[in-house]
Design a binder for this molecule. Sequence first.
Ligand code: 2NL
Length: 358
Amino acid sequence: MDDLNRLQDQLLDQVAQAADLTALDAVRVQALGKKGEVTQRMKSLGKLPPEERKAAGQAFNVVKEAVADAIEARKTALGEAQLEARLAKESIDVTLPARPEALGRIHPISQTMEELVAIFGEMGFAVAEGPHIEDDFHNFTALNIPPEHPARQEHDTFYLPGGEGQPNKVLRTHTSPVQIRSMQTSKPPLRLVAPGRTFRADHDATHSPMFHQIEGLVIDKSTHMGHLKGTLTEFCRAYFDIDDLPLRFRPSFFPFTEPSAEVDIGCSRDGGQLKIGAGSDWLEILGCGMVHPKVLQNCGIDPTEYQGFAFGMGVERIAMLKYGIPDLRTFYDSDLRWLRHYGFVPLEMPSMVRGLSL
Ligand code: 2NL
């Protein structure tokens, strides 16, 4: 018993002397670890005569718990002391200005796409997406584009090998195949826009081999030309932020719409400076029409029951017009000076310079 008391005093003393958490842990291992002094003694209980074992076991447990409690208490005290020391030593100057973060810019095409989707979204249009690599049916045939049409020529369209005995694939030349797929898989009524990348084998001052389009499609039992005119008038006025923007619907031709029209917006070109809104000039902005009955039929929609309108426009072109970007080729130069000039700051507050809406 005396020996046990001595051991306890000695261990408690060592716990009290432990100057830091590392020293304390060494004491714990030495006392309570697998080969620790208390542990060793508890293992030797079996050698005692049976009548002494119970009392001795209880005595060992008392020592073990006393030491364990002392270690826990010392641990808490040392931890607090360590924290106190750090708090006393370290200080934070909360008045220091934050380190400046390098801010990226949103590309004008991304910004314009967001604006387009926001405007059509508010009008109740859903957004549809589809593959960039398409088959001939979805990109041309379903759209009533005949086999001899110039758009199908090798020099206008990027063709890709289809693989083992498969027909060639194409990089989609417009986002129409997205709408074709929507008509094939969803029953009318339909009201959707298809924004995205498109590809044509064309590279000059006004064409990039990769560009962006947004197309729209509305199909219902009695959707008519009046809905088309109202929707596109509302869209152009919202996008250019001009309430009384004049619009002109000019007859045109597309294989996939009948009748077809091109939409011009009013502008002036006084002194070579283009100004959208007022003036006696016109600027072509998009193409549209009533979906051709053959296109509906190609997608499994009965043209005697359903009809609707579609439209399409080039995103680069309308971005250039709204944001005064003079050269299409600069969009994909990846010139950071250009992006800092024409790009958009995320979450930027409206300003007199950048515009007060959107
Ligand atoms: C333009 C003209 C247009 C369409 C696109 C379309 C799509 C389907 C059915 C019928 Cl699935 N039409 N799209 C219609 C008229 C014009 O785009 O100038 N785009 C840049």
